[in-house]
Design a protein around this ligand. Sequence first.
Ligand SMILES: *Cc1c(COP(=O)(O)O)cnc(C)c1O
Length: 373
Amino acid sequence: MNERIFLSAPHMGGDEIKFIQHAFDENWIAPLGPNVNGFEQDIQEYNNIPYAAALSSGTAAIHLALILLGVKNDDVVLASSFTFSATINPIVYQQAEPVLIDSEKETWNMDPELLEQAIKDYIAKGKKPKAIIFVHLYGMPGKIKEVKSISEKYEIPLIEDAAEALGAKLDGKPLGTFGDFGVFSFNGNKIITTSGGGALVSQNKEWIDKSRFLATQARDSAPHYQHSKIGYNYRMSNIAAGIGRGQMKVLDKWIKFRRANHDFYEKELSPLGFEFLSEPNNAFSNRWLTCVIFNERINTKPEDLRQELEIYNIETRPLWKPMHLQPIFKNCKAYLSGVSEFLFEKGLCLPSSSSLKDEERMLVIEKIKNFCK
Ligand SMILES: *Cc1c(COP(=O)(O)O)cnc(C)c1O
């Protein structure tokens, strides 16, 4: 039996261990140190944004953004429904109310028209939403320019969840830098990893300074431990940041490999009737995961194919189950288009690691072709 072919495996470039070794040599085994500062600088330079805070997770970054925007109990926060639960959970940490916005067909991300409708409804009810969380799923740039103008028109701050979209661009501008805040994740399955980690970025220095303060238990400046705010333990460790510095060196290469996976699958599988998400004009996806949609010509269900590939030790996964279908969020108000439910029902994510070998991709294709005959 072949080794397991993962959906999205960690992929080290080689220099990560040097940064870790340096941390050990200097005894910087703490949630601060030169790797943390260096990694923040790398993120800033790569994304052409002046301020970044390295944190323990992408979820922590979203949570801090909401806190900095003053989101509190009973506030309304509008968020993409087609996403991972980590986008929505921090809204509930703040005891605010998530209102879920469905996707449009072209990019699978938040539909700006539904968003504006929701804003109008809530303003009419005297409950102006406190923030918008917009997700770029699978690394595909969504309609962020439209959403940005809506956010400006109604003066509702915009958090861009680019957890899956590091390195993707729209009009040449990195995703995560359109909103008031941008969020990245370096969890184990993302395009690069620190074994677990995240970052919050912004053009606003005061916000990022404050996020670092809140992420280190909100210690006032005093010789003793003094606190006048509730703090969090959300900082990235110097060891994790060392991995991140090594990973930043190979990020562009890994994006190339992920994009090559996508192009290979598309070439091989579209003749069978599988559909792929194409890049709109001026959009550059990092192709974090390649997703296929089963059209009417295909006489099998995504779940049947998933189970079949599992026999050959090949990992695939349904697309994200929309938040409005999740037991925990089923009572949330949602503005629906049917798009995310369709994608959940008809889609499958294929092995997309940057470390995927040619013969592994060939095996995946061969097994799919045999099964769909
Ligand atoms: C991974 C992910 C997150 C959360 O990031 P963590 O670092 O795992 O906390 C948030 N949003 C989306 C869309 C993600 O895919």
